[in-house]
Design a protein around this ligand. Structure first.
Ligand SMILES: [Zn+2]
Ligand SMILES: [Zn+2]
Length: 340
């Protein structure tokens, strides 16, 4: 019988760019004093997993084990890990390490650290039965959140929670562009924060579901007349889409001090008239995931308001079917893989 310390990890990996995933096992690194081993029960699928599989960022190394919305229980912990116990349920998102010493880490902005370590970049991720990671980036999952609902919060959730935490307050008027995996979570969070929420979508048929997630208003994201009607009406607009829109219309929709934040990556550069920014001291920004304190706050907030992603759960053995459907945008709204 093999001891848990030496047994190999069973995972699913892509062996070349764009390939389907196949079974793959590897020997885990030695468990360091700050590390934990997590017995994975669930792992969400994020669009970034597709980008990694396809080597869209020219940084992928194969075999590549995707997965960075990991939920499971602590199977082992290093000697210096005390904030989570063996058997406790935890989650790990996109970030699994940083220097913890630079000015950004000391401020709680570990996501801005130059030495950021990413969960499935250059190391195997969560489409697996286990993972060993720095336990300082493993977060206790509150009891009120099921593992399925919690998994997508660890990347998708924190991505939209961060700009809300930074730029919104109760009574803020918040616009969310795109009602997909990120957008529906942004609407749910903003509503629970007490904001007045306007959903923007190119699909008129999504009005009903946008309102069901908590949007007070619905506006076509491509109807120029409708967008003109939004002039100076919003304090924060979060764009979750990856297709180009008339961004200057969204800038003019901002009130004084308003912020347009991009959390969806666009292939094309964005052209904005600086005069429109200057006139009302508006700004355009973006943000990557969130630091550790923001992650803890987000999980607490989600638990308190029972906010999770709307998910479709599949057994991990059906990972390729899920990835194929995600490529066709055929998901409401996030896939979560459950260990078979
Ligand atoms: Zn992600
Ligand atoms: Zn740092």
């Amino acid at each position: 019988m093999t001891s848990p310390d030496t047994s190999r990890v069973d995972a699913y990996a892509a062996h070349e760019p764009g390939a389907s995933l196949t079974s793959f096992d590897y020997e885990p690194d030695v468990l360091g004093p700050h590390d934990v081993e997590i017995e994975i029960t669930h792992c969400g699928i994020c669009h970034s997993d597709l980008h990694l599989i396809d080597n869209d960022w020219q940084s992928s190394a194969y075999p590549l084990v995707p997965g960075h919305e990991i939920v499971g229980t602590i199977a082992q912990r290093g000697a210096l890990i005390t904030h989570v116990d063996v058997g406790e349920r935890v989650g790990v998102g996109w970030q699994c390490g940083s220097c913890l010493q630079c000015e950004w880490c000391e401020r709680g902005d570990e996501n801005l650290c130059a030495s950021i370590a990413e969960t499935c970049v250059g190391r195997p991720g969560g489409f697996a039965d286990r993972i060993r990671v720095d336990g300082r980036f493993a977060f206790a999952i509150p009891d009120a959140l099921s593992s399925e609902l919690a998994a997508p919060l660890l990347c998708g959730g924190i991505t939209v929670y961060s700009p809300l935490q930074q730029h919104a307050r109760p009574q803020s008027r918040v616009g969310v562009i795109g009602i997909g995996g990120l957008g529906h979570l942004a609407i749910r969070f903003a509503r629970a924060m007490g904001c007045e929420v306007t959903a923007f979508s190119s699909t008129a048929a999504k009005e009903e579901e946008a309102r069901a997630h908590g949007a007070h208003h619905f506006v076509s994201s491509i109807d120029d007349t409708a967008l003109k009607g939004q002039r100076e009406s919003l304090d924060l607009v979060i764009s979750t889409v990856n297709s180009p829109l008339n961004w200057n219309r969204y800038v003019s929709a901002l009130r004084p001090n308003g912020v347009l934040s991009f959390v969806g990556a666009l292939a094309e550069p964005v052209t904005i008239h600086t005069g429109m920014l200057m006139a009302r001291r508006r700004s355009v920004t973006s943000s990557p995931i969130g630091g550790r304190s923001t992650m803890r706050e987000m999980l607490d907030f989600a638990a308190r308001h029972t906010i999770g992603a709307q998910v479709e759960t599949l057994p991990m053995s059906e990972v390729n079917a899920a990835l194929d459907r995600l490529r066709r945008n055929d998901v409401r709204y996030r896939f979560v893989l459950r260990r078979d």
